[in-house]
Design a protein around this ligand. Structure first.
Ligand code: C2E
Ligand code: MG
Ligand code: MG
Length: 563
């Protein structure tokens, strides 16, 4: 930079300029740097949120040019990144993010622009028209690449990724709407179990709204007394004596009816309501257990969020003291989820809870990130084998019984009890006992009862449990898809009954039958009924029987369908 003033001699002749010259290189460089920082993420060197927004705006404005308009937006969120950061420290987390950025960039290549929005959130803008198949392939490749192991400072790290995809559907779609849609799709991908991608669908808006209303209702549920506990029997496999009950929370919503905990517990976790709900469950269950014989335990489910709360031991102690029960009467069920954030605090929490004297059970074993390492380390008294292993164990050729057997011997070696969850039928029960599980919980010994139901049961049965239920549901279940012969004119077609009642049935396997077609449905020899097609879609029809049938008389109709 030069600045100067002309100078003249006494005769007015021009002599030259007098002034200062400065080297601006440094200033220019820092200006550039500031400019760059405003647009690029300093860790990964990818465009930041602001620049990505500008890229998106510009792409959307370019509609109708050579690229043919259109645009796809990917929102990419890493799974389990927080865990890496918490356990291995931020420098490792940073190094991981850099590598993720490289992998994303190499997958997207020239077809779009990848950016980092912050934290473990990335975005890709893909200008032009794309069909869903290509985008699906791309999303799968992104997830696959990000999920490959990383080696950082000697640590072998695995994470995953979820992707939400939104497309510019028609003219007039603005960037804000596109981002919101991709965000909803990302939410859906995460709810679907992470490690997957989802395209935006319009109903996601109403689902999001639904969630919001439900969340608002949930905030008031405790105060309004809409939450209730039910108790499901847990039975000693050898003696068939009752060993305790598992407390299961129910929400009686004034208009929606009973909302499943599988729906509202995750919602409560997201909305920060799980601590108050969890505490209410704990206190209520202990108070109820105080009315039972001392050797009948109560099991309470804990969310991983409760488990990392430093006040948990104090809450547990207070619930026990308030109800005046023995600590041994309380069993806390923890899922494998708590080990995701495994660190010193986890071990510390286990030690504190053990010191109180409560029992600890590992719930849903086999469904999560099963690792034998933590089984050895954590002081569990019991392993609960997830229902998915029990289900189907009796089907020949299933490997489930081998798995159950392995879990049982492992538990025995570690001095732990085992509870098989979800036993529904007599043959499942027989198999589980044979495999050596020490405890059984499932519909075969009873569905969850409300508090009064438990007391009534105590009066009628005492502590003896009685197995009730079908001898076997499996062969019957298979006949759910039972084949029927459908007669029309002089033709015979083969259909499968999907659903049946006394007055009609849903039959699959008959293509494009016009509504109103008269048919005869033959269940088995000599058992036919005339019917009329009431509706038809692709290969499914709904028929109405000419007269109501006696479901018990239709011998071949499986019990599970008839009931
Ligand atoms: P869970 O802890 O594994 O509980 C067992 C679930 O299996 C219960 O479902 C129970 O009703 C069901 N079940 C028991 N026996 C059978 C059977 O023979 N067949 C079938 N099909 N199902 C059976 P529920 O009550 O719907 O609870 C679902 C999950 O919600 C629980 O799984 C638990 O993870 C969670 N949950 C329930 N109450 C609470 C709570 O108070 N706090 C927390 N954090 N989670 C809870
Ligand atoms: Mg449980
Ligand atoms: Mg379970």
């Amino acid at each position: 930079s030069l600045s100067g003033t002309p100078s003249f001699d006494e005769f007015g002749r021009f002599l030259g300029f007098r002034g200062i010259g400065t080297d601006l290189t440094q200033q220019r460089r820092s200006e550039e740097e500031i400019n760059r920082l405003a647009k690029y993420d300093s860790l990964t060197n990818l465009p930041n949120r602001m620049l990505m927004r500008r890229t998106l705006d510009e792409t959307l404005q370019k509609k109708g040019d050579a690229a043919g308009g259109g645009c796809a937006l990917f929102l990419i969120d890493l799974d389990r990144f927080k865990n890496v950061n918490d356990t291995l420290g931020h420098p490792v987390g940073d190094a991981l993010l850099k590598q993720v950025a490289q992998r994303l960039t190499s997958v997207i290549g020239k077809i779009g622009q990848v950016g980092r929005l912050g934290g473990d959130e990335f975005e890709a803008v893909l200008p032009g028209k794309h069909d869903e198949g290509t985008l699906s392939d791309l999303a799968s490749r992104l997830i696959q690449q990000v999920s490959m192991p990383y080696l950082i400072e000697g640590h072998n790290i695995s994470i995953g990724a979820s992707v939400g995809i939104a497309l510019v559907p028609s003219e007039g779609c603005c960037a804000d709407a596109l981002i919101r849609n991709a965000d909803l799709a990302l939410y859906a991908a995460k709810s679907a179990g992470r490690g997957t991608y989802c395209f935006f669908a319009p109903e996601m808006h109403s689902e999001a709204q639904d969630r919001q209303t439900l969340e608002a209702d949930l905030r008031k549920a405790i105060a309004r007394g809409e939450l209730q506990l039910q108790y499901q029997p847990v039975v000693n496999a050898k003696t068939e004596e009752l060993s305790g009950f598992e407390a299961l929370v129910r929400w009686h919503h004034p208009t929606r009816g009973v909302v499943s905990p599988a729906v509202f517990i995750p919602l409560a976790e997201e909305a920060g309501l799980i601590l108050s709900i969890g505490e209410w469950v704990l206190r209520t269950a202990c108070l109820e257990a105080a009315k039972w014989p001392e050797n009948i335990r109560v099991a309470v489910n804990l969310s991983p969020i409760q488990f990392v709360e430093p006040t948990l031991p104090a809450t547990v102690m207070s619930a026990i003291a308030n109800a005046e029960i023995q600590p041994r009467q309380l069993e806390l069920e923890i899922t494998e989820g708590v080990f995701l954030a495994e660190n010193d605090a986890t071990d510390d929490m286990f030690a504190k809870l053990k010191a109180i004297g409560v029992r600890l059970a590992l719930d849903d074993f086999g469904t999560g990130y099963s690792s034998l390492g933590y089984l050895k380390k954590a002081p569990f008294d019991k392993i609960k084998i997830d229902q998915s292993f029990v289900r189907g164990a009796v089907i020949s050729g299933s490997r489930n019984s081998a798995i159950i057997k392995a879990i049982v011997s492992l538990a025995e070696a570690l001095g732990m009890d085992t509870t098989a969850e979800g036993a529904e039928t007599q043959d499942e029960l027989a198999l589980i006992r044979q495999l050596g599980c020490s405890h059984i919980q499932g519909y075969v010994y009873g569905r969850p009862l409300d508090a009064d139901g438990v007391l009534a049961r105590q009066n009628s049965h005492g502590t003896l449990a009685v197995a009730e239920g079908f001898r076997s549901s499996r062969p019957e279940r298979k006949t759910m898809l039972r084949t029927v012969a459908v007669h029309h004119d002089s033709h015979v077609y083969t259909g499968r009954i999907r659903n049946i009642s006394a007055t009609g049935a849903l039959i699959e396997g008959l293509w494009h039958v016009p509504e109103g077609t008269l048919l005869s449905v033959e269940f088995c020899d000599n058992q036919s009924i005339n019917a009329v097609t009431r509706w038809s879609r692709d290969d499914r029809i709904g028929v109405e029987f000419a007269s109501a049938i006696d479901l018990n008389a239709v011998r071949a109709v499986p019990r599970s369908l008839a009931s």
